[in-house]
Design a binder for this molecule. Structure first.
Ligand code: HEM
Length: 166
């Protein structure tokens, strides 16, 4: 059993619990980030440039997303959401999105998190399952745990835009 999972679970809960605070703190800068990156809740963070390197740059993200999507398809909780969509397209958008968050040389041109996930009926349990699938992929790719947490801390507040079902 991977001893890191309880730590991850605590992190996710902590991040989700503090998300309203994070969103409130980001309220003003987020609007300028939206025009820069076209993405409202997780703007480019220049302090994460070293983390981008720890992910293996853009090539590392491309490779990571293959494992991540494999995990999502193998997970009975997330499988139904991804079974009938263009998975290659989603992987490409995720690479660009994560690349932007980690201050890599990319532009995210996909939809906003609110509009793309609207009407999917994503629950908090679905969201947490996806995060665990991502954590497993990152561990499989030997991404340092501290770097993993830096990215997860950026993703956790997005739950408020993605989770639409109690
Ligand atoms: C922090 C968490 C998440 C992030 C960062 C994220 C990010 C994304 C991105 C970037 C796209 C592609 C947008 C585009 O095509 O323009 C997408 C699409 C999608 N996401 Fe998420 N997502 C998250 C959580 C979830 C969860 C929890 C589910 C369901 C369990 C989910 C299901 C989907 C599906 C099914 C699509 C494809 C929609 C379509 O092509 O019609 N996502 N997501």
């Amino acid at each position: 059993m991977n001893r890191k999972f309880p730590v991850l679970a605590a992190l996710i809960v902590a991040c989700l619990a503090t998300a309203p605070l994070a969103l409130a703190q980001n309220a003003t800068p987020a609007s300028s980030a939206m025009s820069q990156d076209g993405y409202p809740s997780a703007p480019r963070d220049p302090s994460l440039k070293p983390v981008f390197a720890e992910f293996g740059g853009k090539a590392g993200l491309v490779s990571l997303m293959n494992t991540f999507m494999d995990n999502l398809m193998a997970d009975p909780v997330t499988h139904p959401f991804f079974a009938n969509v263009d998975r290659d397209h989603i992987k490409m958008e995720l690479v660009d999105q994560f690349c932007v968050i980690l201050d890599g040389p990319c532009t995210y041109t996909g939809q906003s998190m609110t509009s793309v996930h609207k009407g999917m009926g994503v629950t908090r349990a679905d969201f947490n399952a996806l995060v665990v699938d991502l954590q497993k992929a990152m561990s499989a790719h030997h991404i340092p745990f501290r770097a993993q947490n830096k990215l997860l801390a950026k993703l956790a507040p997005m739950g408020h835009q993605i989770i639409t079902k109690p």
